[in-house]
Design a protein around this ligand. Structure first.
Ligand code: HPA
Length: 237
């Protein structure tokens, strides 16, 4: 483990659990640690990207923010998988619905991730890469949702690079026609890094707004609406 600490994570070897939950927002990482983990210790705070390790129902679990977008989650997931021995990363984030069947607060499990990004080009493959989630994590998530009396909606998601792109050059109708459930900005890079490292990843996404109806969750509700997704993620950690 001679690569640690890394330029972005100053934690010692063994600081992270086998499974790391990754919200985008550093303050949400703190919130999750304080609300759900026992004996949570701050293990990273480089650039304010807070990472904690604690226990959930007696099991060691970590939570660390990914920042927004594929370059950011690309850095943190690469370092966790390749230098810190992390086996599973579960993204816990928000997404905009493309499917008219999705309602605000629904939880999507990204089975595969499409993208308009060039993130995967670095790997040198001439075709288009189609990374997918871990089957084991997905199955565990749907089982956990059943046990908790709730449900997740599994299906393809699209990770885009330009949050404001839809307005000017929308690919929304094509994605909808192809059955893509929602858009967000990180799953593709996370799944590709997991595949390249031989590790496991899953993106659980709470629908915070809809590109179909234009509705969005009020700011104060964004935090509470996460409960369902967080409980599923913690159950499978
Ligand atoms: N795009 C559109 N809506 C969203 C996104 C996104 O990346 N994330 C959450 N809502």
């Amino acid at each position: 483990m001679k690569n640690i600490p890394t330029p972005h994570i100053n934690a010692p070897e063994g600081a992270f659990a086998r499974t790391v939950l990754m919200p985008g927002d550093p303050l949400r990482s703190k919130f999750i640690a304080e609300r759900y983990l026992e004996n949570a210790q701050l293990v990273n705070n480089v650039r304010g990207v807070q990472g904690y390790t604690g226990e959930y129902k007696g099991k060691k679990v970590s939570v660390m923010a990914s920042g927004m977008g594929m370059p950011a989650i690309g850095i943190y997931s690469y370092e966790l998988f390749n230098f810190y021995g992390v086996e599973n990363i579960i993204r816990v984030g928000t997404a905009g619905a493309l499917s008219p069947k999705l309602k605000l607060r629904d939880v999507v499990a990204g089975m595969s991730a499409y993208t308009d990004s060039n993130y995967g080009h670095e790997l040198g493959y001439q075709g288009n890469l189609a990374p997918c989630c871990s089957y084991e994590l997905l199955r565990a998530a749907t089982d956990a949702a059943d046990r908790l009396g709730t449900h997740v909606v599994p299906g393809p998601v699209c990770s885009h690079d330009n949050f404001y792109g839809q307005g000017d050059y929308s690919s929304t109708p094509v994605l909808q026609k192809l059955g893509v459930l929602c858009v967000e900005m990180e799953a593709y890079a996370l799944y590709l890094n997991a595949a390249a490292a031989g590790k496991n990843a899953l993106a659980l996404l709470t629908i915070s707004d809809s590109l179909v109806t234009g509705e969005s969750l009020p700011a104060e509700e964004r935090q509470t609406s996460f409960t369902k997704m967080m409980e599923i993620a913690l159950e499978i950690a």
